[in-house]
Design a protein around this ligand. Structure first.
Ligand SMILES: NC(=O)c1ccc[n+]([C@@H]2O[C@H](COP(=O)([O-])OP(=O)(O)OC[C@H]3O[C@@H](n4cnc5c(N)ncnc54)[C@H](O)[C@@H]3O)[C@@H](O)[C@H]2O)c1
Length: 254
């Protein structure tokens, strides 16, 4: 993992989904570049283990067991972190699930659809809603939501996922405009398939469908996601808000 020395020195970041995959990779790079990172994840054991790994590297990190669909938990955990450090600079929302895949809508369970929307969309809404006010206190902040190419293209046979990510894109565009006159930016990243534990939960035929559409002919890596994510949430990214950044090995055409 490449590191830009002290890029986030003294900054405070919250990363959700930080016990695995993309969230862990982004959190690690933020911490390695000097940020204090609060690792939010539903998996209590994994998030404490991840925090311990970070601390063993000499980084500043704490694990927070939380369900980002639960409004009271989000409100309380965000406030506790921001008040403890006296600031909040960055929030990256990576918590998410795929839900059913390889499944046409006629067979797709309604309860599964509700669950995917609840985590991927409601979670994004709550994390954004409760972090922005702390960023506004110092008129500086960077919110990054992880959407997906499936939200732009509409991947068939994973309707809950595709729908939730399209909605995250709409949320990002709207909220970006709401705060465009402030120092707080709100952006999203729309990756194609990235090699993480989530990929192993997806129907293999579905993964082949996704990979076949990537002109570079391979999956992306967590380091590649962390690299662009950390630029988007850095002080250097000053003229981008409500934007959906591409990370698809050439798949996206808009
Ligand atoms: N891996 C890909 O190919 C890919 C591509 C595009 C977008 N994404 C998106 O990137 C994000 C991260 O994906 P990943 O591949 O790292 O997945 P992952 O499964 O490796 O990690 C997701 C993490 O989110 C946590 N989580 C799930 N529900 C939660 C909840 N309610 N509250 C708090 N934490 C919760 C899980 O415990 C897990 O640690 C997701 O939003 C995903 O949709 C992934």
């Amino acid at each position: 993992m490449p590191v830009i020395e002290n890029r986030f020195r003294d900054q405070v970041a919250i990363v959700t989904g930080a016990a695995s995959g993309i969230g862990k990779g982004i959190a690690l790079r933020l911490a390695a570049e000097g940020a204090h990172v609060a690792l939010f994840d539903l998996n209590a054991e994994a998030v404490q283990q991840t925090a311990a790994e970070f601390v063993a590297h000499g980084y500043s990190a704490e694990g927070v067991a939380i369900d980002i669909t639960q409004e009271a938990q989000v409100q309380e955990a965000v406030a506790r972190g921001a008040e403890h450090y006296g600031r909040l600079d960055i929030m990256v929302n990576c918590a998410g699930i795929v839900g059913p895949s390889g499944m046409p809508i006629a067979e797709y369970e309604t309860a599964a659809f509700d669950q995917v929307l609840n985590i991927n969309l409601r979670g994004s809404f709550l994390m954004t809603k409760y972090t922005i006010p702390f960023m506004l206190q110092r008129n500086y902040g960077r919110v990054l939501l992880i959407a997906s190419i499936s939200g732009k293209d509409g991947n068939p046979n994973m309707i809950g996922y595709s729908t939730s990510k399209a909605a995250v894109i709409g949320l990002t565009k709207a909220v970006g405009k709401e705060y465009s006159q402030t120092g707080v930016t709100i952006n999203a990243l729309a990756p194609a398939a990235i090699h993480t534990p989530m990929i192993d939960t997806i129907n293999p035929a579905q993964v082949e469908y996704m990979k076949a559409r990537i002109p570079m002919g391979r999956l992306g890596t967590v380091d590649e996601v962390a690299s662009i994510a950390c630029w988007i949430v850095s002080p250097e990214a000053t003229f981008n808000t409500g934007a959906i950044f591409d990370l698809t090995g050439g798949r996206a055409v808009y």
